[in-house]
Structures are given as C-alpha cells and as structure tokens.
Design a protein around this ligand. Sequence first.
Ligand code: HEM
Length: 162
Amino acid sequence: MDLAWLFPWLLFLHVLGAIVAFGPAFAFSIVGTMGGAEPQHANFATRVSHAMTTKRVLPIGFTLPITGLAIIAVRGINPFERPFWWLALAIVLYLVAYGYGFFVQRKLVERAIDLTSTPPPAGASGPPPELMALVGRIQRGGIGMGLLIVTIVFLMVVKPQI
Ligand code: HEM
C-alpha cells in the first residue's frame, strides 16, 4: 500500500513537535538567570523549568523519533545510504541530547530544587557550594543540548550533501 500521501501530515506533526518541545527550552536560561538574581524565587524558577521539561520537552520530544521514523517509512528512505548521512548523524545527536536531558540534566535540576527548598541556615553567607557547582553543570549541559538541537535542525532542514 502506498502511504506516501501521509508525508506532509507526518512532517507537519514532526515540525510542530519540534517547535512545541524544544522552543521553550531556549528560554530556560532567562528563567534561570532571573531565579539566580532573586534567590528567594530560585526554587520557584527552577521548578518552572523542571515542569516545562517534564510536561513538554521530554514527552513531546519523544514523539520526534516516532514521526521521524514514520516519515522514513512512508518515503522509503534508507538512512544508511550516503545521501542520508545527515539523517543518521541527526538521529545519533538526538539520542545523545535526549539521553542527557532525561538521565542527567533532569536529575541535576531535581537536586537543585531539593537544595533550594529549605531556607538557608541562620548565618549562611551565600548559597551552598554544592548548589553553585550544580548550577554551573546545569548551565553547561543546557548550552550543550541547545547546540545539539540547533545542529539537528540544521541537518534536517539543509540536508547537506557532501
Ligand atoms: C530520531 C529522531 C528523528 C528522526 C528519525 C527524524 C527524521 C526526519 C525525516 C526523515 C525528515 C524528512 C526529511 C525530508 O524528506 O524532507 C525530517 C524532517 C525534519 N526534522 Fe526530523 N527527525 C528526528 C528528530 C528531529 C528533531 C529532534 C528535530 C528538531 C529539533 C527535527 C526537526 C526536523 C525538521 C525541522 C524537519 C523539516 C525539514 C524540511 O522540511 O525541510 N527532527 N526529520
């Protein structure tokens, strides 16, 4: 059965999924900076980003390989062929980004929420060193995943042929 007519519909869902899942993630640095500047709101700010991650980024991000693989199927693409090297690379980068977000970044953010959910002890002169180190790791991870997403979008849209 020829299912090629499904392609524009699947592509519509695929691109919509990418926008809804990863668009908000590009604003996490603004939320984080505002939380850092107002320590009394740091816990709330971190929970906002965490809620957007668990309710949007991760579940909708999970639909991208589903619609993507469906596109591969209805178009009869073989990602192991030379003209589709960009697709194979994008799939690997997606697995790295999603895996890091799910298994590493999510846990780091949950730890940051724990560390900021109780008031600082009397006489504390600043945030605990563990929190500062954690924030640095979360920032670096966020930048890394952002660069991976930009690279994936570039590969999917430009489909470079070299
Ligand atoms: C395992 C994951 C993925 C697979 C298997 C996959 C597969 C595909 C395929 C086969 C196409 C159609 C190319 C064509 O023939 O025109 C496509 C297009 C596209 N993909 Fe993905 N994709 C995946 C993940 C992603 C992610 C994570 C993003 C964004 C962050 C993304 C963004 C796009 C965009 C914007 C297009 C439209 C390109 C165009 O119409 O020119 N994809 N993808």
